[in-house]
Ligand binder design. Structure first.
Ligand SMILES: [Zn+2]
Length: 121
């Protein structure tokens, strides 16, 4: 077994696309939660891609707000939305980043979409 498959912090094997796991561009895998933050730019962009995948899931895409994220962003721009300033350095996992977005821009965009639908009638 290659050590590239093991989290550098805890030594456990990390499966491909495991929730809470990542694979860096170098192929090294690990757990977000095991790493001491703040995340590197590469780690943030990887979570940005996970968020795009999440936004593209039917149930989320239809729910409002996430469709805007999915249609109008790249993994890099999603990462910039989540980590917009130093106060966001505490965000270390996909789940934290998803909740941060859901309570922020996603809620705003969902409201705008609802307003646009209501004013169409
Ligand atoms: Zn680990």
């Amino acid at each position: 077994m290659s050590s590239m498959d093991e989290c550098p912090e805890c030594g456990q094997r990390v499966a491909d696309y495991e929730l809470g796991g990542y694979e860096s561009e170098s192929g090294q895998r690990g757990h977000w939660a095991c790493n001491k933050g703040p995340l590197t730019r590469e780690q943030r962009v990887a979570i940005g891609q996970q968020l795009l995948d999440y936004a593209g899931l039917d149930e989320n895409y239809q729910a409002g707000g996430w469709d805007v994220l999915y249609e109008c962003n790249t993994a890099e721009s999603v990462a910039r939305l989540v980590w917009s300033d130093a106060e966001d350095d505490h965000i270390l996992t996909f789940e934290q980043a998803r909740d941060e977005l859901a309570e922020g821009v996603i809620a705003v965009w969902a409201d705008r979409e609802a307003d646009a639908r209501n004013s169409a009638f």
